[in-house]
Design a protein. Structure first.
Length: 304
């Protein structure tokens, strides 16, 4: 009886030990596979496992154990569609950070595709001053391993822009570096490409419009006239108030005289009720605001 009881107890202990070892191995392999997936996403390899027993036990589980009635546990897919969408949405939300989105640039995802963003860029100085340029940002499914593509929806005469509006970013990003280069870097370059410093430093092989590049090098007067034509064309009603395509969420609407006066009154009242306004000369502040609105009104009239 004692021998029979002892044998039963010993068998149970061995069975329990094997079960625990199998569970530990499965959990260890789960973390190992998760780590491998994560490293693979970063382009790295995980070091080889030092435990052949654990690998064997996990492989047995993969093949199917008659005594294992639990569900097959798989490591999380770190490159899943949900994770990519989360990363992309995080980048968009972070554009609210003043150091991320450049001044004068506004972007919004399309109404039906998170990988398609529309934007508008305001240029206040230089050859393209007064321009309001609409653009499209196409983010590939392979992002961040590959860069987004930028194309202007407004006619553009620029060394970096081809006849279809496609923008070359290869000079700034000769090799796209995942998790080091981000969309907001592209937006900054998009804003800076209209500045003299960037135009002066352009290299022929990165320019899609060779004629624009040649004119900028040899005849800046002609180049300036063509650039201004683009800027003035961008603020005509047919370009500014056109909502094409339909999924573009950034839209402009004409501002009527009555609406302009209403907005002016609201801002004036708000400014005059602030503590700073009460501590200063009311007439001076009011006059400054009126002058500012008159400037805005003059600029708006150019759009008509």
């Amino acid at each position: 009886m004692n021998n029979h009881h002892g044998t039963t107890t010993s068998d149970r202990r061995k069975s329990a030990a094997l079960e625990n070892a199998t569970k530990r191995s499965s959990v260890g392999s789960l973390f190992s596979r998760t780590r491998t997936a994560s490293l693979a996403r970063l382009g790295k390899r995980a070091p080889p496992s030092s435990s052949a027993v654990n690998a064997t036990l996990y492989e047995d589980d993969e093949d199917g154990d008659d005594n294992d009635e639990g569900p097959d546990i798989k490591p999380p897919r770190l490159t899943s569609e949900y994770f990519k969408r989360y990363e992309l949405m995080t980048e968009f939300i972070n554009l609210r950070n003043p150091s991320h989105c450049p001044l004068g640039v506004y972007v919004m995802p399309s109404s039906d595709n998170l990988n398609l963003w529309y934007g508008v860029l305001f240029v206040h100085k230089g050859y393209y001053r007064s321009g309001v340029f609409k653009f499209r940002l196409t983010i590939p499914e392979s992002y961040p391993n590959h860069p987004p593509a930028v194309a202007f929806l407004t006619d553009m005469f620029h060394p970096l822009v081809d006849v279809n509006g496609n923008v070359s970013i290869s000079q700034q990003f000769p090799t796209w570096r995942p998790y080091q280069d981000y969309i907001f870097y592209v937006l900054h370059y998009l804003k800076n490409m209209f500045k003299k410093a960037v135009l002066d430093g352009l290299v022929d092989k990165h320019c899609l419009n060779k004629e624009a590049y040649r004119l900028y090098r040899t005849d800046k007067a002609i180049f300036g006239k063509l650039a201004q034509q683009c800027a003035q064309l961008s603020i005509t009603e047919s370009y500014l108030f056109d909502h094409f395509p339909d999924n573009n969420m950034i839209r402009f609407s004409p501002l009527t005289e009555a609406k302009f006066d209403e907005l002016k009154s609201q801002i004036l009242n708000s400014a005059m009720s602030s503590p700073d306004a009460r501590d200063s000369s009311e007439n001076t502040i009011e006059q400054q605001l009126k002058d500012r609105f008159n400037d805005y009104k003059t600029n708006i009239s150019k759009l008509k």
